[in-house]
Design a protein around this ligand. Structure first.
Ligand code: AMP
Ligand code: GLY
Length: 421
């Protein structure tokens, strides 16, 4: 198969790496790709949201399978365009992708179909928001409706903090994602995990899970980010985790999608809070997580490309690939101004030899004269496998420390408490 990965972050580098290693994959392409995917196959200089150009090039190049990486591609209808051109796509159409692209749609969908989630109110104006908060007790989770790269959610400790935030968002026309609707919801208490479900339009099955670290600083302090590290499998959850999520979350979601005429094809990322009364959905994403993908891919054995093709064809065959009972830890190295801004960095060394079981996946970047020019932000994810979590963790941090000057810069920061459960 000739496989195209759409996107250009560390998630797409990890997907390209794993897809290329699949027996059925003859050639891998990425659009626009990055410095990492350039070493795995060929990069096309087409943006991830340019569905028209992507569809034309896929047809011309005889692409057999397209894997959509970023939410922006799903929301732009790239899946619709490429499917219309007769090419198999792993990734939902725009309409089903609203489970991620609109928090209001997702919330109402969950309410309609009895999916456990935090109680919420949708507001459309500052007045409405302040009115809703009059009766509120306790913490308020404030969520902008549209896509905001992980920066549209603030957990306010109380009504005063929430009101101040909403005044800024509405008053200064600064709602992340650019919409005008905001979801206010109660805070769930428990432990978070990300669970991936593969969906072929007819069935939905769990396929891997991970824990992600969203806050910028150690000890879960600082602002929310896209994710600063992850480990897989998650520690300390009930052994029946996947069965419980299938029954309480995936089954009603699938019923709801079918009832509403949505054929969801691809991966549904369930951001869950495991509370005293089981799993509640914090959010859905219509694609794999970043950095969760970087810690899931090294655990996969078998023909991952053929598995994703079976899903894209509406005939999911989970026997094509399996997830090994090994542990993987991933640490994101970011520029020190992330997530406030992204300062580009140039002259980074690409081909670094690391310890056994370690991998580097590059974020948004390109190769310039054999060196990596990074767009800044989350520059790379370093992952390590181990027989147990502590081993994977020690290997990952040893490798991060050894990178230091070898990378050509010491200006990157990272959390030191990833996978310390
Ligand atoms: P989201 O983009 O919806 O995943 O939200 C980002 C982060 O905010 C989540 O990963 C949680 O840590 C936190 N969060 C969102 N909603 C809630 C909630 N209802 N209760 C507690 N934490 C939440
Ligand atoms: N790691 C969170 C996300 O991909 O949305």
């Amino acid at each position: 198969m000739r496989v195209l990965v759409v996107g250009g972050g560390a998630r797409e580098d990890a997907l390209s790496w794993r897809l290329r290693a699949s027996p059925s994959c003859d050639a891998i392409f990425a659009a626009p790709g990055n410095a990492g995917t350039a070493s795995r196959g060929e990069n096309w200089s087409i943006g991830a949201t340019d569905g028209k150009s992507l569809a034309a090039r896929c047809a011309a190049e005889g692409i057999d399978l397209v894997v959509l990486g970023p939410e922006a591609a799903v929301a732009a209808g790239v899946g619709d365009r490429i499917r219309d051109a007769g090419v198999a796509v792993f990734g939902p159409n725009r309409s089903a992708g609203r489970l991620e692209s609109s928090k209001v749609f997702a919330k109402r969908f969950m309410e309609r179909h009895g999916v456990p989630t935090a109680r919420a109110i949708v507001v459309h104006s500052l007045e409405g928001a302040l009115k809703a908060l009059e009766e509120w007790r306790g913490a308020v989770v404030v969520k902008a409706d549209g896509l905001a790269a992980g920066k549209g959610v603030v957990v306010a400790e109380d009504v005063t903090e929430a009101s101040a935030l909403l005044r800024t968002w509405y008053g200064q026309n600064r709602i992340p994602g650019g919409g005008s609707d905001v979801v206010l919801e109660e805070r769930l208490v428990g432990r978070e995990l990300s669970l991936f479900a593969l969906a072929d339009g007819r069935a939905m099955m769990p396929f891997g899970s991970a824990c992600d670290y969203k806050r910028a600083g150690d000890g879960d302090t600082g602002p929310n980010t896209g994710g600063m590290g992850a480990y897989s499998p998650p520690g300390d959850f009930p052994e029946s985790l996947e069965d419980v999520v299938r029954e309480r979350v995936l089954a009603p979601v699938l019923r709801g999608l079918l009832a509403e005429g949505e054929a969801y094809i691809g991966v549904l990322y369930c951001g869950l809070m495991w509370t005293a009364s089981g799993p509640y959905v914090i959010e859905f994403n219509a694609r794999f997580g970043d950095p969760e993908t970087q810690v899931l891919m090294p655990r996969i054995a078998g023909d991952f490309a053929l598995l994703l093709k079976s899903v894209a064809d509406g005939a999911m065959d989970l026997s094509l690939a399996t997830i090994l009972p090994r542990h993987c830890v991933g640490i994101v190295l970011a520029t020190s101004d992330y997530p406030r801004s992204n300062t580009p960095l140039a002259g980074l060394t690409r081909d670094l030899s690391l310890g056994a079981g370690c991998q580097i996946f590059w974020g948004g970047s390109e190769l310039v004269d054999g060196k990596v020019s990074s767009g800044g932000g989350r520059v790379l994810t370093l992952t390590a496998l181990g027989e147990h979590l502590e081993e994977a963790r020690a290997r990952a941090y040893d490798a991060v420390k050894a990178l230091g000057g070898r990378l050509g810069t010491t200006d990157l920061t990272y959390r030191t408490d990833i996978a310390l459960v």
